[in-house]
Ligand binder design. Structure first.
Ligand SMILES: Nc1nc2c(c(=O)[nH]1)N[C@@H](CN(C=O)c1ccc(C(=O)N[C@@H](CCC(=O)O)C(=O)O)cc1)CN2
Length: 284
């Protein structure tokens, strides 16, 4: 079997076209949505991701507000930028690019954000709203995964989903989204401490791999026909992405989200969607 592709680039492009129309409608009412980013330090992948977010903004007509701080920035200096963006009327929503440099209290920075401007859905108030099933901006990668599956008609309702990973941007919140009544999946959360990962994977209809362990998911552990979404990002000696899923797994799976080209572009599209949602909410 050769798997069908969950093409994140094409799907994100379609979503961006839809968002462009919504942005034009906002502008016709005198509202210009603005995305702010806070980038601290010189981590090359983070610089690339932030640059990509601003390229996307230009494509759909969202204004860009970029704040950059050196790796030596203090907690207070970062918090001052967060306070400034909280007050800036041109900034509809913003993100603090993660990870922050060692020694910075990330949770304190995130908690200082205005939850109404949290374009990443990672503020504790918004994560709490997700738990309580209240409206909130949704975390971009988990929301992007669901949009990617839906737009390719992969059945989520009733599916056995194994999520591998427990990080804050994907693993922690994805099961919350997948178990909402609107999705109705049954989720098993695994991680690097799971005793028999292979046994869990073998019965999964959908596998989301976000552990950051190169080729953790082996072809022999995949149920034939399953959907495989690789979110793991490790880098080889040339800086090339190595995912969590062994390339041979595509021979067994029914659907594969490649890495790169799968979930990453969807993360960026969902970020724009959160900004446009917030601008529409603010405009009434
Ligand atoms: N504040 C946040 N920080 C981080 C998040 C996040 O959602 N919010 N997620 C990741 C990084 N990330 C977004 O910030 C991100 C990762 C990957 C991509 C992407 O488009 N990747 C491309 C490949 C790019 C490459 O070649 O390196 C792809 O998969 O095709 C977008 C966003 C951690 N930090």
């Amino acid at each position: 079997m050769s798997a069908k592709i969950l093409d994140g680039r094409a799907t994100a492009a379609a979503i961006k076209t839809e968002l462009t129309t919504r942005v034009e409608a906002l502008k016709a009412r005198g509202v210009v949505p603005g995305l702010g980013t806070v980038l601290v330090g010189d981590d090359a992948p983070s610089q690339k991701y932030v640059a990509g977010k601003h390229r996307d903004c230009a494509q759909v007509g969202i204004a860009s507000i970029q704040r950059e701080l050196p790796a030596t920035a203090s907690q207070e200096e970062i918090e001052a930028v967060v306070r400034e963006l909280n007050e800036d009327p041109a900034c509809t929503g913003y993100i603090v690019q993660l990870p922050l440099p060692k020694g910075i209290d990330t949770n304190r920075v995130l908690e200082l954000m205005d939850p109404a401007k949290d374009a990443d859905g990672l503020h504790p108030v918004n994560l709490g709203r997700l738990v309580l099933n209240e409206p909130a901006p949704l975390p971009c990668t988990p929301n992007g995964i669901i949009a990617l599956l839906r737009r390719h008609d992969v059945e989520i309702a009733g599916a056995e989903v194994v999520v591998v990973g427990r990080g804050v941007t994907v693993g922690r919140s994805l099961p919350l989204l997948l178990t909402r009544r609107s999705e109705n999946a049954t989720v098993t959360q695994c991680h690097t401490g799971t005793r028999d990962l292979a046994a869990q994977l073998r019965r999964a209809d959908i596998v989301v791999a976000a552990a950051g362990v190169p080729h953790l998911i082996k072809p022999e552990d995949i149920k034939p026909g399953a959907a495989l979404l690789d979110v793991g990002v490790s880098r080889d000696e040339n800086g090339k992405i190595v995912g969590d899923v062994h390339p041979g797994a595509a021979e067994v799976a029914g659907w594969v989200a490649p890495n790169p080209g799968g979930v990453g572009p969807m993360t960026r599209a969902m970020l724009l969607a959160n900004v446009v949602d917030a601008a529409e909410r603010n405009a009434g």
